[in-house]
Structure formats: C-alpha cells, structure tokens
Design a protein around this ligand. Structure first.
Ligand code: ATP
Length: 238
C-alpha cells in the first residue's frame, strides 16, 4: 500500500499543494488528472523526494518515506519517470538503463543482467538499440527507455508524469498496454499523471482530479467517467 496523507508543498512562499490525501493499493493503476498548472508534476516530484513537503506524510508499505532525499526514496522502492522523459541523449540506451539502478547493484553483475533482460522483455524494441545513443531514438522509444529505466530499480511503485505527451495515438496505446502488463506481470503499483484524460481513463482503476493544488474529486474509473463536471471540463462532452 502507498499512502499520502495531508500532503502540502510550498515552492518559495507559494503554496502549490493543499493537503493532498491519496492512496494506491497493490496491483492498482491510479491516475491523477488535471489541467495545465494544477500541480500534477509538483505532486509527483514531492512524492519522489525532489521537493520536501511542508506538511503531511508519504508512506510506502507503512514506512514513512517523506523527508528522505530522492536517492533514498528510490532505494525504498519508489521510482519516478519524469515529465519530458529526461533521458541522457549522449549516453547509450544500455547506459541510460544502468542509471536507473541504485549503486549497490553495479557490483552484482547477475542482477544487472536480469534487470536489463526484464526491461527488454517488456520493451523488445529497445534491444536493437542497446548500444545506440539515447538521443537517436524516436520520441516513443525514448519514452519506453524512460519507463524501462524507472523499472531497473525494481520499484514497488512507479510514478509516470505525462508519458503520452507529444506521442502519436498508436504509440500512446502501446504505452498504455505496457502499463497494464507492468501492473499484471510485476504487481507494481502505478500512479499515472495525464492531461490526456481519455488515455488515463482507459487503464486506471481509480482516478483523482486535481485543481489548483487540491483534490476536488476521487472515485473509480467508472464514477469519474460518468461525472458531469469531468465530462464537460476534461472530456469535451455535454
Ligand atoms: P503541467 O501539466 O503544465 O506540468 P502541472 O499540473 O504539472 O502542470 P505543476 O508543474 O506542478 O503543474 O505546477 C503547479 C503550479 O506551481 C503552477 O502554477 C506553476 O506555475 C507553479 N510552479 C511550479 N514549479 C514552480 C517553481 N519552480 N517556481 C514557482 N512556481 C512553480
């Protein structure tokens, strides 16, 4: 279980997140939707330890991980796939993947190979590119690499910040399929942040709606899809 309770984040003097409550159960995909500037990235970055919350707690399997630096949060089992992918264009695909492992693994060759094989099993298209530079991959392949890198630390929960951004619908569907496989085959908890609400609703079990840094609605995928406010504001339906 992943539990966020009363989480607030300030950037400078400005309060961006207001007392967020959210949970993810084992084997769930939870989506956070919201307009531009609602605070989605700030939420994920706070959960990943890149910002220190000004109030509240984040607990992964009952262990409080808020307040820890980002590298320790990864070691506890939380991995972030950041907005804009942020792969290293001048490193090879293999090197990019290795950066997703925390340092103690480097010495354990067998585990390193197992993790790379696991990622390649999930993303067979990356295999032929292992020794190519990350910057030479297509946008879709770079997103797959970013997710693959996020899986290298064998996280209990993985957070994805707008993985569909800038990608063609067919590639977005491929990525959604991969998320369903990660959930099913690895049992990893997933938080999916999306502005592409239709895509998010395809795979999410439950959905939170974030507006101006507060959760204004929360429910199952079915409840949120039927909500009149969501239909008109996010799905372009009357
Ligand atoms: P987007 O989809 O555009 O990334 P978002 O929902 O992820 O939007 P955030 O990036 O979390 O939103 O931003 C939330 C609010 O916090 C915005 O009003 C933004 O201007 C503000 N903000 C974010 N980062 C900073 C910062 N470093 N300094 C000042 N304000 C910031």
């Amino acid at each position: 279980m992943f539990h966020v309770t009363g989480l607030s984040t300030h950037i400078g003097k400005i309060q961006i997140l207001h007392s967020i409550d959210l949970y993810v159960e084992r084997g769930e995909i939870v989506s956070v939707i919201g307009a531009n500037g609602a605070g989605k990235s700030t939420l994920l970055n706070t959960l990943a330890g890149l910002y220190t919350p000004s109030a509240g707690t984040v607990a992964l399997e009952r262990e409080v991980i808020s307040g820890l630096p980002a590298y320790k949060v990864v070691a506890k089992g939380l991995s972030l796939v950041p907005e804009g992918r942020q792969i290293f264009p001048n490193l090879t695909v293999r090197e990019n993947l290795l950066l997703g492992m925390y340092s103690r693994y480097y010495k354990e060759k067998k585990q390193t190979k197992e993790r790379i094989d696991m990622v390649l099993d999930m993303f067979p298209g990356l295999k032929k590119h292992l020794d190519n530079l990350g910057g030479n991959l297509s946008g879709g392949e770079q997103q797959m690499l970013a997710i693959g890198r996020g899986l290298m630390s064998q996280p209990k929960i993985i957070l994805l910040d707008e993985p569909s951004m800038g990608l063609a619908p067919k590639i977005v569907n491929d990525i959604l399929e991969i998320l369903l496989r990660i959930k099913k085959e690895m049992g990893t908890m997933i938080i999916l942040v999306e502005q592409n609400v239709k895509a998010a609703l395809k795979v999410a079990d439950r959905v939170y709606v974030l507006e101006h840094g507060s959760i204004i609605l929360h429910g199952t995928k079915e409840e949120i899809s039927m909500n009149p406010q969501v239909k008109s504001a996010y799905l372009g339906m009357k």
